[in-house]
Design a protein around this ligand. Structure first.
Ligand code: KIV
Length: 276
């Protein structure tokens, strides 16, 4: 049985933290489940990290579905939440239900995440009333990068911070089961976390959130285009991969790879019978 939205909400009530990581493929998702992560996000950050786009804006519904299927296939107990990509839900509620439904039906994931505050609450309510669990996402919302003027910290003035706090309450009232708080001051994240009964999952929003989410590739040092300030590298994987690749190239060039250990042989008796 997979971890449900109720289980995640119980973790907040019990004062347990909720660690969450992104995964976009079978192999990574398998490792994360073995590590006992309770929730995996198939984030539209895959646009940059996997597909090499400049932002999350070009990501399509089919790309999200393709990657989410691999993550679901690799896991049995982890909760899988999938991002609804840009313009798959902002247009109208009928697009939102069609696209969110397609994600859940075709991938087997348990919930969807979408970005926005008060303006998106009628859509969240519409989805929830039709059986689709929704996680919200406020603060820095990468699908609005052009509107927000970049990837800067949000809520640094009292007016903006108040709007984020109010948006969080609107999302809770509309039925969201949890909310990602991205790149907001730690004190504002604490006010929201204390105020809401649903879990807050922070990224670049300080230690007081009920959970934390990070892009897996940032955690293990596997994405070198940029390193967000909020990310802590637990490993320098791209350096290790590059070293291994260079060793491989060197051994191939020197005929040291493959050795007998990695090769296959027939017996001398069989070999003798071959005419050449
Ligand atoms: O797409 C993503 O990875 C996200 C996280 C940054 C929260 O939305």
């Amino acid at each position: 049985m997979r971890i449900s939205i109720k289980d995640l909400q119980k973790m907040k009530k019990a004062g347990l933290k909720i660690p969450m990581l992104t995964a976009y493929d079978y192999t990574t998702a398998q490792i994360l489940e073995k590590s006992k992560i309770p929730i995996i996000l198939v984030g539209d950050s895959l646009g940059q990290v996997i597909l090499g786009y400049e932002s999350t804006i070009p990501v399509t519904l089919n790309e999200m579905i393709y990657h989410a299927k691999t993550v679901v296939r690799a896991t049995k107990t982890t909760h899988i939440v999938v991002d609804l990509p840009f313009l798959s839900y902002q247009t109208n509620n009928s697009d939102a239900i069609k696209n969110a439904g397609k994600i859940l039906k075709e991938t087997g994931a348990q919930s969807v995440k979408l970005e926005g505050g008060k303006e998106i609450t009628s859509t969240i309510n519409y989805l929830i009333n039709r059986g689709i669990p929704v996680m919200g996402h406020i603060g820095l919302t990468p699908q609005s990068v052009h509107q927000q003027g970049g990837y800067g910290i949000q809520g640094k003035t009292a007016k903006n911070a108040q709007k984020i706090i109010d948006d969080a309450s609107y999302l809770e009232d509309s039925g969201a089961y949890g909310i990602v708080l991205e790149s907001i001051p730690s004190q504002i994240a604490k006010i929201i976390t204390d105020k809401l009964s649903i879990p807050t999952i922070g990224i670049g929003s300080g230690v007081y959130c009920d959970g934390q989410v990070q892009v897996f590739h940032d955690l293990v040092g596997l994405f070198d285009d940029f390193k967000p300030k909020h990310a802590k590298r637990y490993l320098e994987l791209s350096k290790l991969i590059q070293e291994s690749t260079m060793n491989y190239i060197d051994e191939v060039n020197k005929s040291e790879f493959p050795s007998n250990k990695e090769s296959f042989f027939i017996t001398d008796e069989e070999l003798k019978q071959i005419k050449h």
